[in-house]
Design a protein around this ligand. Structure first.
Ligand code: SF4
Ligand code: SF4
Length: 488
């Protein structure tokens, strides 16, 4: 409880926040807490004044009374704003932790990404498995994961996640379905092991869809396995980079398979993940094709990971065009939400989900925390993108996690270790961006992804406005959205 003397003796200034407006109402996004508050007229006026000058308690209380508050309400608002750090005083210690704490070293594992093979039947020109950005694959490592390694991985996950009722395995490649035999064996084994412990285990996989068969689709549906298809859009765009080693495009092969997958796999959402590259930036046309023509439930977009000098990289002008199209789809997302309908643009859905949860990240993602990647050889890595890179090995499935290496990875990746992020209002959600992208771009997993900052801040602001508008005009939708996405 803050003492009256402390309250009245200090100088007040604005806390670290990002102001925005939605549905005609002012809001603040509090950086210290990663929380959103709607501002009434008085609080808004005071924050504006505090943005220009520091104030004593008496001046602040007077400004609130001028804005229509009685004495008791003004004091109450000052306490509330102090508590959430919308304002700060040099005489009052903040009640909320000023920066996100690192989870303890024994933070339980919740998910594994199994790279069941590092082989692929396509040779996409931008792929980090084959492209010039690929972290070198050491010689002599297996190309396919064995059942022994996979089962040891399942046992490892169940042991290291003790206390978590539900855990998750994602299958990844190379092309995951080149090792479907193993995938099937792992699902059955893991289900049995989890059930014997009275726990649940979920599964998902990423695939290029070229090897989907009726049998595989039936298995994926029966076992409620979430599917993400890496693809880039209609034939002219898909076949630009997503090609066989002969150079032949893959659209004609995957199209009938996708139609079957979407028609017959009814137990989980089917998502498309699009990699944006030079010439593949027509976001709206791609979205319409994947969502409306093919029937994907969700479509998400990400610019290609690259070191900054590849010819498939998107130029600045094209990136602005991408963002403009993102805004157009975001406006559509909002219209749907106000009508109470879900929209499939997952770049908005994911950020809205994080805003609902009030995330305040110490690290950009779960890599090395609740999530680890396992390579075909059983090496552990922070996530699937680092597998088979000896420089980033965090242990082995047989010997466990190398605590020192993991600690080093996590301390370098902590948001508080990234100088530029300390003054950035978007850090509760961004936390410096993908560790792998940072390594490819800057040679250091702990480097902030500075090439995307403007983009990240503009996009975060757009999503805050959507959240604010829905919270004012159709608040029930946010509750339904959270329930549907399984957000706590
Ligand atoms: S990487 Fe850039 S956008 Fe992200 S938190 Fe750091 S400074 Fe902000
Ligand atoms: S490090 Fe990058 S690729 Fe790996 S889980 Fe995090 S965000 Fe994803």
């Amino acid at each position: 409880m803050t003492s009256m003397t402390a309250l009245t003796s200090g100088r007040y200034r604005r806390g670290e926040l990002h102001e925005f407006e939605a549905a005609g109402q002012p809001f603040m996004y509090l950086v210290s807490a990663g929380a959103i508050f709607a501002l009434d007229e008085g609080a808004n006026a005071v924050l504006r004044k505090l943005g220009q000058v520091d104030m004593s308690h008496a001046e602040l209380a007077q400004a609130l009374r001028d804005a229509g508050y009685d004495r008791a309400d003004a004091e109450e608002l000052i306490r509330e704003l102090l508590f959430v750090q919308g304002i700060v005083s040099d005489a009052v210690r903040p009640a909320v932790a000023p920066s996100p704490a690192t989870p303890p070293a024994d933070f339980p594992l919740q998910a594994l990404v199994l790279n069941v093979t590092n082989q692929c039947n396509l040779a996409c020109t931008y792929c980090y498995e084959f492209g010039a950005d690929k972290i070198a694959t050491p010689q002599g490592k297996p190309k396919f994961m064995t059942p022994e390694t996979a089962k040891a991985s399942v046992d490892f996950l169940l042991e290291k996640s003790a206390g978590h009722q539900a855990v998750h395995i994602t299958f990844f490649g190379g092309e995951t379905l080149m090792n479907f035999k193993l995938l099937r064996e792992v699902v059955l084994y893991a289900r049995g092991r989890a059930e014997a412990q009275g726990r649940t285990i979920g599964f998902s996989l990423t695939t290029n869809a070229t090897l989907l068969t009726d049998e595989i689709i039936a298995f994926l549906s029966e076992h409620e396995i979430g599917v993400t298809v890496s693809m880039d859009g209609p034939p002219d765009l898909q076949d630009k980079h997503r090609v066989y080693k002969s150079g032949k495009g893959s659209y004609a092969v995957i199209e009938p398979r996708l139609r079957k997958l979407i028609a017959q796999h009814r137990t989980r959402a089917i998502t498309a993940r699009v990699t944006l590259t030079d010439g593949v930036t027509d976001v709206i046309r791609i979205y319409r094709h994947l969502k409306d023509d093919l029937g994907f439930h969700e479509v998400g977009f990400a610019p290609v990971t690259n070191s900054g000098d590849r010819d498939y990289m998107i130029g600045d002008g094209a990136m602005d065009e991408v963002l403009a199209q993102f805004h157009e789809l975001a406006a559509e997302w909002l219209e749907h939400a106000l009508r109470g309908e879900m929209h499939g643009f997952s770049n908005v859905s994911e950020t809205i989900g994080e805003l609902i949860q009030g995330v305040n990240k110490s690290h950009p993602c779960g890599a090395g925390l609740g999530l680890l990647g396992v390579s075909p050889s059983g090496d552990l890595s922070p996530c699937h993108r680092f597998t088979d890179a000896d420089t980033h090995t965090l242990g082995h499935i047989a010997t466990g996690i190398d605590a020192d290496k993991r600690e080093d990875f996590l301390s370098r990746g902590h948001v508080s270790a990234k100088y530029e992020c300390q003054t950035c209002w978007a850090r509760p959600l961004c936390a410096g961006g993908c560790h792998h992208e940072a390594f490819v771009r800057y040679g250091d997993t702990g480097h902030a992804n500075l090439h995307y900052c403007d983009w990240i801040r503009e996009w975060t602001d757009a999503c805050l406005r959507i959240y604010g508008a829905v919270s004012v005009q159709n608040p029930d939708f946010l509750e339904r959205f959270a329930a549907r996405k399984g957000l706590s």
